[in-house]
Design a protein around this ligand. Structure first.
Ligand code: ABN
Length: 174
């Protein structure tokens, strides 16, 4: 009887050992799978990283193009294309850049020089409505239309619908 007990005890211990190891292995495996897959599957905010890359971080061109405070926007009136799927110098995909533009002169805080900036409207898509920015340095009232930037420059483009505005450096103001 004792021998039977012993044999039974040993075999059940073996089964218990194997079972728990399997469980442990299975758990470890699932942790491993979740641990390695999670960074790939979790909703990572890649947009903000793209924007961060746009935060020029350049000593000669400081500031964040997604912010209305960015130095090139000193005379802008519109939605910032860098918030709308484009960048400070490029329209969002599918939008066409206006050839007629508003021109401003902004001081770059990095070198203290004044730069001529053209504010081209991007046209052919509905209004982006993100990052509205109205700075208007050197703008004059609407009754002086040539010195007023509250104008839809897409009126000179193929499509009249305004999407957003970019800010391109055209040269140094002497
Ligand atoms: N230039 C930007 C803009 C577009 C439409 C209306 C006003 C201003």
């Amino acid at each position: 009887m004792k021998l039977l007990d012993l044999l039974f005890e040993r075999s059940s211990r073996k089964v218990a050992n194997v079972t728990s190891r399997r469980k442990a292995l299975a758990r470890f495996g699932s942790w491993l799978a979740v641990g390695t897959a999670a960074p790939l599957l979790l909703p990572i905010d890649r947009v903000s990283r793209a924007h961060a890359a746009e935060d020029t971080g350049k000593p000669g061109d400081p500031g964040d193009p997604n912010s209305c405070d960015y130095w090139r926007y000193c005379s802008i009136d519109g939605f910032l294309c860098s918030c709308c799927g484009g960048s400070v110098t490029a329209c969002p995909p599918g939008a066409e850049v206006s050839q007629v533009t508003w021109i401003g002169t902004c001081r770059n805080p990095a070198d203290g020089k004044d730069y001529i900036i053209s504010y081209n409207d991007c046209c052919g898509k509905h209004s982006c409505s993100q990052c509205a920015c109205t700075r208007n340095d050197s703008e004059e009232p609407l009754y002086r239309p040539f010195n007023n930037n509250d104008v839809n420059w897409c009126l000179g483009a193929k499509s009249k619908s305004y999407n957003c505005t970019i800010a391109i450096i055209r040269g140094v103001a002497l």
